[in-house]
Design a binder for this molecule. Structure first.
Ligand code: 16C
Length: 258
């Protein structure tokens, strides 16, 4: 079911989330709720000012041109509809570090700094350098969560992954050759099942995943605006196409994971 502008999406965390005794828990819970509500708003509604900048089949990418202290921090909102995969599967491959080098083409190096719980990890990543800017790195917590589907109680649950910059004493910002970037990313996935009319078992042909991907990246230091905008216009569509194709390929011969 499509969510309408302003329509509440259920975002109550599981009362026993394995991460809820961690020092970061209040922040994680607050940011996840906020990002899920923002991601669930449509792009054409509420006078939001989103401009379409890339389109390919079912995929649409929107941005708002914004600057902070002279640096480009354009928010991005992408929507995609992919057949044959579930929201749980999409979030599984996005969240889990063992798959990241397979699909994340801008990545140079990744380590898990802390396993907070099975649904919450803290990462350090370095990314490929964009000439003529300095190389970038990032430290962020990543949290995945199942959200009850109140719009369609018989339908599959909604899934999300939220990534948000944080600090870590082992990797202080701007201490080495990298400039620290700051990001907030939300992947929100809704699954629709259209069961076969003849009562046959549901197959991958009968499932569709609506993916919303929102991100704000602050480059953290000087980078030419024209280069930065040219890079993200190329890299975001490449990421979403490659990543969703990867999930389709990984899951095609596996049982459906709702
Ligand atoms: O969300 C995505 N990936 C997650 C798991 O890795 C996570 C990390 C996001 C990092 C996104 C920023 C990476 C920027 C590094 C520089 C790009 C290098 C390009 C090299 C080309 C040869 O949430 C998927 C992320 C998809 C990333 C698309 C690229 C966005 C560029 C934004 C501008 C960054 C400013 C860099 C300043 C020089």
């Amino acid at each position: 079911e499509r969510l309408k502008c302003g329509q509440a999406i259920p975002i109550t965390p599981p009362p026993t989330s394995p991460a809820n005794s961690h020092r970061l828990w209040p922040e994680i819970d607050r940011v996840v709720k906020q990002e899920v509500s923002m991601a669930s708003l449509g792009v054409g509604e509420c006078g939001s000012g989103w401009q379409l900048f890339a389109e390919d089949g079912e995929m649409r990418m929107f941005r708002r041109e914004e600057e902070m202290d002279g640096m480009v921090v354009d928010p991005l909102k992408a929507v995609h509809v992919v057949k044959g995969i579930t929201g749980h599967e999409v979030c599984h491959y996005f969240f889990n570090p063992q798959y990241r080098y397979d699909w994340e083409t801008t990545l140079e190096h990744m380590i898990v700094l802390e396993t907070v719980s099975e649904d919450t990890l803290i990462f350090h990543q370095t990314h490929k350098r964009i000439w003529p800017a300095s190389q970038r790195d990032v430290v962020f917590w990543s949290h995945t969560r199942r959200l009850p589907n109140d719009q369609d109680r018989d339908g599959p649950d909604i899934w999300t992954v939220v990534n948000n910059s944080t600090e870590h004493p082992d990797h202080p910002a701007n201490a080495g050759k990298c400039v620290r970037i700051f990001l907030t990313v939300c992947l929100l996935c809704q699954t629709r099942v259209d069961p076969p009319k003849d009562g046959a078992p549901v197959s991958r042909d009968d499932i569709t995943c609506k993916i919303t991907y929102c991100s704000v990246v602050n480059p953290g230091g000087w980078a030419p605006a024209s280069v930065l905008r040219a890079v993200y216009k190329r890299e975001y569509p490449k990421f979403l196409k490659r990543f969703t194709a990867y999930v389709k390929n990984q899951t095609k011969d596996k049982p459906i994971m709702y």
